[in-house]
Design a protein around this ligand. Structure first.
Ligand SMILES: Cc1cc2nc3c(=O)[nH]c(=O)nc-3n(C[C@H](O)[C@H](O)[C@H](O)COP(=O)(O)O)c2cc1C
Length: 402
C-alpha cells in the first residue's frame, strides 16, 4: 500500500480531451491504492466518457453540473472542493487551462478549482494537439498558473488524436500518480532531509558484450526512493542496472559498475542526512576487461581472474561526510542473522535489513529482520517492498529527530 494515498481525498477534474478515457484508469488506480476519488467533469468531457464509468470505479458521486445541489441543498462542487486534499485535472484541455488562468467559473471543473485552491494544491496534466500546446496563449496561461503555485505534469510526445505525432499526449498514469504522491507528501516528516538510496545490481564488464551481474531487480531501492519522496525528502537515487521507470520527483544518478557506484555515493552523501544502500554491489570484477569480444575458439574452459571491488559502505564509514544515518542490506543464503550482524558491526551501520535470498531478489514481498546497532532485532511479517520501505523510513525519521 502507498501510505501517502491512504485516507486522502483526491479531486479529479476531467475535461473534454480525447485522452479523457485515460482518466478512468487513473481514478481506478488511485481508488485501489486507498484514496477516495471525487470526480468532476466538464460538459465536453461527458461527450468523451460517461460519468457512470467514474461513479462505478470510484463508488462515489460524480459532479457534471456546476448548478447541482445535494439533497440538503448544499452545493455539490463546493462540498467537493472543501473535502479535497489535492485537485488534479487530467486531462486538462487548452480551453479549461485558459479558464483557470483567468479565473472563470462557469462549469463544474473551473468553479471547483477556484473554490478548492485555498487549501488543496492544484496539479494540471495538459493534453492537446501540439499546435494548441505550443501556442503563446496556452504557454502564457500555463506560466500564470505555475506562478500561482500549480504543478504541471507536462505532456509527452507521440501519436495524437489528429493522427499527427508530436508533443501533447497526456502524461502516463505512473508519472501522474508519482506527481500526486510527491505533492501530497510535501511537508512530510522527512521534509528538508536529503536521502541517498542505491538500487539495482551492478555490472562488471568482461568484454564489450558481456558482464558479471546479479539478480537484483532494483524494486527495493525504487520503493524506498518513492516512499522517501512521498514523505517530503529530497531523494538522490543511485541506480545500477534495472529496467524500472525513473520515478518522478527523485534525482537519478546512473552507476553501472561498483566503482562508478562508489564515486556516485561519495559525491551524493556530501549534504545527505541518510544513506540507504539497497543496491546489490558486486564484490569482485574481472581483473581485465578484454578490448574485443572473447571468442569461443577451440578451448573447453575459460578462466576469469577476479579482483576485489572497493567496499562502498566501509569507505562511507570512514568518510568525513558520513550521513547521520547509514543503512545497509544483507541478502544471504545461509546464517542470515549472524552474517547480517557481522556486516552491521564491521561497516559501522545504524541499521541493517537482513533478508533471505529467495525473497530479497525480484519478489514483491520481503521477509526482513531489522537489526539496529546495539542489538535490537525486529523480525517483520512478510511485507510488500512499499510497506518495508515505510518501516525503514520510520527508523530514519526517528533517528533524525533525535
Ligand atoms: C475528438 C475531439 C478531441 C479533442 N481533444 C482535445 C484535446 O485533447 N485537448 C484539447 O485541449 N481539446 C480537445 N478537443 C477540443 C475540446 O473538446 C474543446 O475545446 C472543448 O470546448 C473543451 O471543453 P472543456 O475544456 O470545457 O472540457 C477535442 C475535440 C474533439 C472533437
Amino acid at each position: 500500500m502507498v501510505r501517502v494515498l491512504q485516507n486522502k481525498t483526491i479531486l479529479l477534474g476531467v475535461t473534454g480531451s480525447i485522452a479523457a478515457y485515460k482518466a478512468a484508469g487513473l481514478a481506478s488506480q488511485l481508488t485501489q491504492a486507498g484514496a477516495a476519488v471525487d470526480v468532476v467533469m466538464t460538459r465536453a468531457a461527458t461527450q468523451f466518457i460517461g460519468p457512470l464509468t467514474f461513479e462505478a470505479l470510484t463508488r462515489r458521486h460524480v459532479v457534471t453540473d456546476v448548478m447541482a445541489l445535494l439533497p440538503d441543498s448544499q452545493i455539490w462542487h463546493v462540498a467537493m472542493a472543501k473535502r479535497a486534499d489535492i485537485f488534479v485535472i487530467a486531462p486538462a484541455t487548452a480551453h479549461t487551462i485558459a479558464k483557470l488562468a483567468h479565473g472563470l467559473a462557469d462549469d463544474a471543473v473551473s468553479a471547483t478549482a477556484l473554490d478548492a485552491s485555498r487549501r488543496a494544491p492544484l496539479v494540471i496534466a495538459p493534453a492537446m494537439e501540439t499546435g494548441m500546446w505550443e501556442h503563446a496563449a496556452t504557454q502564457e496561461n500555463i506560466a500564470k498558473l505555475v506562478a500561482r503555485g500549480a504543478v504541471i505534469v507536462p505532456p509527452g510526445e507521440g501519436h495524437l488524436a489528429s493522427g499527427a505525432s508530436g508533443t501533447g499526449r497526456l502524461a502516463n498514469a505512473d508519472d501522474l500518480i508519482d506527481t500526486i504522491r510527491a505533492v501530497l507528501g510535501r511537508g512530510g516528516d522527512l521534509a528538508r532531509r536529503v536521502i541517498v538510496v542505491t538500487a539495482g545490481g551492478t555490472q562488471e564488464p568482461i568484454d564489450p558484450v558481456r558482464v558479471l551481474a546479479n539478480h537484483s531487480s532494483g524494486k527495493m531501492g525504487w520503493a524506498l526512493a518513492q516512499a522517501a519522496r512521498d514523505r517530503g525528502a529530497r531523494v538522490i537515487l543511485i541506480a545500477g542496472t534495472t529496467s524500472l521507470r525513473v520515478p518522478r520527483g527523485v534525482e537519478l544518478m546512473a552507476a553501472s559498475s561498483a566503482r562508478e557506484m562508489r564515486e556516485a555515493v561519495l559525491r551524493a552523501i556530501v549534504d545527505a542526512d541518510a544513506l540507504v544502500m539497497a543496491a546489490a554491489v558486486a564484490d569482485f570484477r574481472p581483473a581485465q576487461t578484454a578490448e574485443q569480444k572473447i571468442k569461443k575458439g577451440n578451448t573447453e574452459t575459460l578462466t576469469l581472474e577476479l579482483v576485489k571491488n572497493p567496499d562502498i559502505l566501509a569507505d562511507v564509514a570512514r568518510h568525513s561526510s558520513r550521513p547521520a544515518v547509514v543503512i545497509g542490506f544483507a541478502a544471504e543464503t545461509q546464517e542470515l542473522l549472524v552474517n547480517a550482524r557481522a556486516k552491521l558491526e564491521s561497516k559501522n551501520l545504524d541499521l541493517i535489513v537482513a533478508n533471505p535470498v529467495p525473497s530479497a531478489f525480484g519478489s514483491d514481498i520481503d521477509r526482513a529482520t531489522l537489526i539496529e546497532r546495539g542489538g535490537a532485532a525486529t523480525e517483520l511479517p512478510p511485507l510488500t517492498k512499499e510497506d518495508l520501505s515505510e518501516k525503514i523510513l520510520d527508523f530514519i525519521a526517528a533517528r533524525l529527530k533525535t
